[in-house]
Design a protein around this ligand. Structure first.
Ligand code: SF4
Length: 351
């Protein structure tokens, strides 16, 4: 069962309160290079990213927010700020939808109050993002290392600083590059507070390794009902993060794709190049326009294929240099190998 958390909103998009689990990513362009940043925002939006974060290093960089907001008014933008409360105030002033800052790192209480007051006035939520490398000295001294308990205590400590100034539009994240630590830390904060939780494994690695760490870390917590928004961190194009996060949510039935694919692993009965066909099909999915969600089966042989994919709307089962097209498990016609993709495209667009 899903954990009930407080609902917060960023530019009309809900996080928590039982709302749809949103997908986030972060620009890897220089924020001040607005042309390159806007091009990346466009690609992320097309890939289905729900919320986009970017680093704001100094107050002058907040100027980019005006441009981003005027070109993508529907997109919730999050400014990622470290240490500098003036940069946070500049971003709030420029119309940012949410900020990520750890209030314990910005200095005395007057600064924390200034940020909390400005965010409250503009109804902007704040994400507190704790990870193993950012722990306060007093917490590290207490626990000796970035244990799950230390990460959780740090996140709740930062939250308490904002609460002191009547601010509770808070999202929490506790990340670690160690998957087990990240899972345990999130379970602790999920139990100890009602704030929505942003899930992620930090510095997860490349697409090859990071995907597994994120799938296990984020996936385990989502199976527990914990997590309201996710970011899959990868050392890669941010669009890959969005694709991975969406696939992760789809695999748990937490998001419904327009096109879902089942394909067999191939075996000694396979007589067509199914691996190549599946790769090519994957690449045309964004162009397909069915009027309803469609399940497609790409199977290696006619012996088991149609039966194994009987609940699919459409499928192919490989033969020698050709494939049998079937609908809802019933055979329709044979198609030469080089026409399979084209026929699938036409049939799906008719649905
Ligand atoms: S569908 Fe056919 S080719 Fe694919 S794994 Fe099953 S038996 Fe092998």
């Amino acid at each position: 069962m899903r954990r009930i958390s407080k609902e917060i909103r960023a530019n009309g998009v809900s996080i928590g309160g039982g709302s749809r689990i949103t997908v986030q990513s972060m620009l890897n362009t220089d924020t001040a290079d607005t042309e390159a940043s806007k091009a990346q925002i466009k690609r992320l939006a097309e890939a289905g990213c729900d919320i986009i974060r970017f680093a704001v290093v100094k107050p002058e960089d907040a100027r980019a927010i005006y441009e981003f907001k005027s070109e993508f008014p529907y997109m919730p933008f999050v400014a990622d700020i470290h240490f500098d409360y003036k940069t946070a105030l500049a971003c709030i002033d420029a119309g940012i939808d949410k900020i990520r800052i750890n209030p314990g790192n910005i200095g005395d209480e007057d600064r924390i109050k200034a940020v909390a007051d400005a965010a409250r006035l503009k109804r902007i939520p704040i994400r507190i993002g704790v990870n193993g490398g950012s722990l306060e000295k007093h917490i590290l001294a207490k626990y000796g290392s970035p244990t799950p308990e230390a990460l959780a205590e740090s996140a709740l400590y930062h939250a308490s600083l904002l609460e002191r100034f009547d601010f509770d539009d808070i999202v929490l994240s506790v990340k670690s590059s160690d998957v087990i630590t990240m899972i345990k830390a999130n379970r602790i904060i999920a139990e100890k507070c009602g704030y929505p939780i942003h899930l992620g494994v930090t510095e997860a690695g490349t697409k090859r390794t990071g995907l597994y760490k994120s799938a296990v870390g984020i996936g385990s917590l989502l199976c527990d009902g914990i997590g309201d928004t996710v970011r899959v961190s990868l050392t890669d194009d941010p669009v890959e993060e969005v694709r991975a996060a969406k696939a992760l949510l789809e695999s748990l039935g937490l998001s419904s794709p327009l096109i879902s694919v089942v394909s067999c692993p191939t075996c000694g009965r396979t007589q067509i190049d199914l691996i190549k066909l599946c790769d090519e099909f994957d690449s045309i999915i964004p162009e397909l326009r069915p009027s309803r969600p469609v399940k497609v089966a790409l199977m290696g042989c006619a012996v088991n294929g149609p039966g194994e994919a009987a609940e699919c709307d459409l499928g192919i089962a490989g033969g020698k240099g050709e494939a049998l097209l079937f609908k809802r498990g019933r055979p329709e016609k044979k198609i030469p190998y080089d026409k399979i993709l084209q026929v699938l495209r036409e049939e799906i667009n008719k649905l």
